[in-house]
Design a protein around this ligand. Structure first.
Ligand code: NAD
Length: 485
């Protein structure tokens, strides 16, 4: 085993879980056993909540300008340890080292945003009538929890942790049991940056711990990022327990390609969007709708896809179950009459025979009823449908229950605007394959890609991680007596 067994992180220390049950942590790159992760029980969550509760009065009363000093130092530590963190993320998740570097760079950007929060949470004040003043303040809500998926071991935890903590909350993080290592390293760097013990805690596990988080009376708010199936369960359970909840789910992102799109640039974007992080991004292009004759662009997409080599510039998918699921989708599409233009099935990477790789796959002549057209595949696969008009393309996009992202490739600004106005997705790209908003703009989808109000990052996250205190004061007799007295 390459690393020591993963432990929970409670009150500033790594501690053993109360149970003996563990799961293996296997590198998708080559099947190496990296570590084991404990399947914690509710007693472990109780300990983490108690430590966070104890830390909350002092941390929440620390002025925000002091609190963000931790994140200035943390940002420099992320930069200092970028290569090591990227290496670890690549090992446990299977993405390429370059993709993992980009992930840590995004963590740095998210942390920079958290350091700017004092500028954004100043509240408001107004003299509402003579001598009477109303003011608002953003107040921390208490102990909060963040439940995260496997596909970005550092970045998704960093969507929530710096903002929630800089705003004065204390947090319990529940990493994915498939990629539990990076989060522990982030906790060590937070401590080195000066974060007081108990403000950030990690409890590992799976369903049992997620349910315990939703039920725990000491936790005020729950954020979740993962599949739609689990997002719904978590949202229903947490809100049934009267907690604030924001739950981001899965995706089926459509790219609409018009005949006037710039062929080379479009092909590069489509290929990069569908294959980046082995297609395991909630912002990945999964379905492409060609409007009119775009054969010349599809030829170029295939050329680009053939340049993507598993084990070189394409990472592995998370495990064998995923690999088999993705290959099953491709086979099903083939059996239903679609044409596999580039086939990523049955890939073995020399020297990494135990790695779980799927090559880039381009499927043409997909119809809107096929499972590859409607379901999230979460692999490096693009399903191409064809329509005669933009309205038919929009009807396909609109009919899908998800609504994370959509993109259009065209040189016609009016047509792009038409599509922006009608696509039913929270994040839209124009000539951009992966339209992730960068800070300070918020990240969040629509429809079955998100349950709850607001977005998870950027300015929108301030509303989720704080409650507003509204104070009305009368300063002098001049105000007299009126209906407000
Ligand atoms: P997942 O839903 O299987 O797991 C997410 C978290 O929930 C993990 O921590 C896991 O331990 C826990 N969990 C799993 N099953 C559970 C259950 N039945 N009850 C309670 N908790 C459970 O997701 P994943 O496979 O880790 O990640 C991939 C999914 O996440 C994809 O669908 C992807 O689109 C989505 N995702 C969405 C976004 C977004 O911003 N919308 C971002 C990243 C990933």
């Amino acid at each position: 085993m390459k690393y020591t067994p993963v432990q929970n992180y409670i009150n500033g220390k790594f501690v053993a879980a109360s149970t003996t049950a563990t799961l293996d942590v296997i590198s998708p790159l080559d099947g190496t056993l990296l570590s084991t992760v404990p399947m914690s029980a509710s007693a472990d969550l109780d300990a983490a909540v108690a430590s966070a509760k104890k830390a909350f009065p002092s941390w929440s009363k620390t002025p925000i300008k002091e609190r963000v000093q931790v994140f200035f130092k943390y940002k420099f530590l992320l930069e200092k340890h970028l290569e090591e963190l990227a290496q670890l993320g690549s090992e446990e998740n299977g993405k390429t080292y370059g993709e993992s570097v980009a992930e840590i760079e995004k963590c740095i950007e998210l942390t920079e945003f958290a350091t700017s929060l004092p500028q954004l949470v100043t509240g408001e004040v107004l003299e509402v009538s003579r001598g009477v003043e109303c003011r608002t303040e953003h107040i921390a809500i208490g102990v909060v929890a963040s439940i995260v998926p496997f596909n970005f071991p550092s970045m998704v935890p960093t969507w929530t942790m710096p903002n929630a903590i800089a705003l004065g909350n204390c947090m319990i993080m529940k990493p994915s049991e498939k990629v539990p290592l990076s989060c522990g390293r982030l906790a060590e760097l937070l401590k080195e940056a000066g974060l007081p013990d108990g403000v950030f805690n990690i409890v590992h596990g799976d369903v049992e711990i997620v349910n315990a988080i939703c039920d725990h009376p000491g936790i005020e708010a729950v954020s979740f990022v993962g599949s739609t199936k689990v997002a719904k369960l978590v949202y229903q359970r947490a809100t049934a327990n009267l907690k604030r909840c924001l739950a981001l789910g899965g995706a089926k992102n459509h790219l609409m390609v018009l005949p006037d799109a710039i062929p080379g640039m479009t092909a590069q974007n489509v290929a990069a969007s569908m294959s980046g992080c082995a297609g395991q991004r909630c912002m990945a292009a999964s379905a492409m709708i060609g409007v009119g004759n775009i054969d010349h662009i599809i030829d170029k997409i295939c050329d680009e896809a053939r340049k993507i080599i598993p084990g070189q510039n394409l990472g592995a998918v998370i495990n064998k179950v995923s690999q088999e699921r993705i290959e099953r989708y491709i086979t099903e599409a083939e059996q239903q009459g679609a044409k596999i233009l580039v086939d990523g099935r049955n890939i073995k990477v020399t020297g990494k025979e135990n790695g779980t790789y799927v090559g880039p796959t381009v499927i043409d002549y997909v119809t809107s009823q096929m499972s590859v057209a409607t379901e999230e595949i979460f692999g490096p696969v693009i399903s191409i449908m064809r329509t005669n008009t933009v309205d038919e393309a929009l009807a396909i996009e609109n009919a899908n229950p998800y609504g994370n992202a959509a993109s259009v490739f065209t040189q016609n600004g009016g047509m792009a605007r038409y599509i922006i106005d009608r696509a039913s997705a929270g994040m839209i790209g124009v000539n951009v394959g992966v339209p992730v908003p960068r800070e300070p703009f918020s990240f969040g989808g629509w429809n079955e890609s998100k349950f709850g109000v607001g977005d998870i990052t950027g300015k929108s996250s301030i509303e989720f991680w704080t409650k507003l205190k509204k104070t009305t004061t009368k300063w002098n007799a001049e105000a007299g007596v009126n209906w407000m007295s």
